[in-house]
Design a protein around this ligand. Structure first.
Ligand code: PLP
Length: 226
């Protein structure tokens, strides 16, 4: 997949949103394995929100680019022993999928910082290989997050399986949209449904994504496998 410019991607997002009759989704630029220079170049064009998968790699970039005032999202699996580092450095954690992580992030969010924005990651296709909670666990996790003043529950995240069949992909997006509607009805502060990547973001937007996470289509192929 060849990279497109930031304005071209933003135009694609806008067109998909107009076609779906929805507001434009937020763009999270996924910068995992990309050097800080590449982040800085995109920030100079106006991109503010960046997604990272690996805590230590991210913290190095966050510290190197601290003066830019960017918004950093952790989108990769978070081990409990890295929760303290994540709670101190990120603005959002999109991969919360178990109660232990809720406790660890709340405990370690420094008192002077605003609440950490949290998405619950859902294993929507029930894949053994994927992290994320089962749909039936969302409600309990949401209650725990909402009860922690150091955290702010913002919504749901999913990485649907890249099924070759369009109807299977769309079923995952449709199921996520229904889970999101249920969660938002119970928690009025919930406003974010994070789904859609380089290969499937127009479909995700058509099904109600409010945030898409795009790496390859923006930066080109990653310098090393992720
Ligand atoms: C790497 C990654 C992305 C971006 O994937 P691309 O196909 O490069 O757009 C999005 N979300 C998550 C969770 C990722 O790990």
């Amino acid at each position: 997949m060849t990279a497109q410019t930031l304005p071209a991607i933003l135009t694609n997002l806008h067109n998909a949103a107009v076609a779906a009759g929805r507001p434009d989704p937020a763009l999270l630029a996924v910068s995992k394995t990309q050097p800080a220079d590449a982040v800085q170049a995109l920030a100079a064009q106006g991109q503010r929100a960046f997604g990272e998968n690996y805590v230590q790699e991210a913290v190095a970039k966050i510290e190197a680019l601290a003066t830019l005032g960017l918004e950093w999202h952790l989108i990769g699996h978070l081990q409990s022993n890295k929760a303290e580092l994540a709670a101190r450095h990120f603005d959002w954690v999109q991969s919360v999928d178990r109660p232990k992580l809720v406790t660890a992030l709340a405990t370690h969010r420094p008192p002077g910082q605003p609440p950490l924005n949290v998405l619950i990651q859902v294993n929507i296709d029930d894949e053994d290989s994927k992290h994320g909670c089962a749909p039936q666990d969302i409600q309990t996790l949401a209650a725990a997050i909402a009860a922690a003043p150091q955290l702010r529950l913002r919504g749901l995240m999913a990485i649907p399986a890249p099924w070759p069949e369009a109807d299977r992909r769309q079923a995952a997006f449709t199921n996520m949209a229904a889970l999101f509607a249920t969660l938002a009805a119970a928690h009025p502060q919930v406003d974010t449904l994070s789904m859609g990547m380089s290969s499937d973001y127009p479909e995700a937007i058509a099904h109600g994504a409010t945030m898409v996470r795009i790496g390859t289509a923006l930066f080109g192929a990653r310098p090393r496998p992720a």
